[in-house]
Design a protein around this ligand. Structure first.
Ligand SMILES: [Fe+2]
Length: 159
């Protein structure tokens, strides 16, 4: 395919951060979907349902993040290949993966996404862009809560 020439793109540290957060969130959505489809074992029902709530949350979030970039009069990144490359988040292998390995992989991806969201919060704060900061704070809260749940699953039971 011939590459379309891109016009000079307006960018800023806040926009760059939002585009990275978009890429992370897109990659994490795909991981959550992958785990939702293929998880097996005695925890199937709980994990299948939990992973669905995760990819549904992320699907709405990526739209909010991309449209915040547009509201800042900049352009949003897109495309599976470009987003996967930008995020750098490792994908799950095809085939059978243990439930705890899906959860452990998702923890790593949430941690990366959370760290990049915290960076946008601080960059937006420094730029006095409180609206972007508000959006990103909501994302931070959600990732922290989800990480608590995923890490709790990985803890050994005391029963
Ligand atoms: Fe489903």
């Amino acid at each position: 395919m011939k590459t379309l020439s891109s016009a000079k793109v307006k960018t800023s540290p806040v926009v760059a951060g939002l585009n990275l957060l978009l890429a992370d969130s897109y990659a994490l959505m795909a991981l959550s979907h992958h785990a939702h489809w293929n998880v097996e074992g005695q925890d199937f029902f709980a994990l299948h349902t939990a992973f669905q709530t995760h990819y549904e949350n992320l699907f709405e979030a990526i739209d909010e993040i991309a449209e915040r970039t547009r509201a800042l009069d900049a352009y949003s990144n897109g495309g599976l290949k470009a987003l996967a490359k930008e995020s750098g988040i490792e994908e799950f292998p095809t085939g059978s993966v243990a439930a705890k390995d899906y959860v452990a992989g998702l923890v790593v991806a949430h941690e990366k996404t959370l760290a990049d969201a915290v960076a946008v919060r601080d960059t937006a704060g420094a730029a006095n862009d409180l609206e972007t900061q508000d959006l990103v704070i909501g994302r931070i809260q959600w990732h922290e809560k989800t990480l608590w749940m995923l890490r709790s699953y990985l803890k050994p039971s005391h029963a």
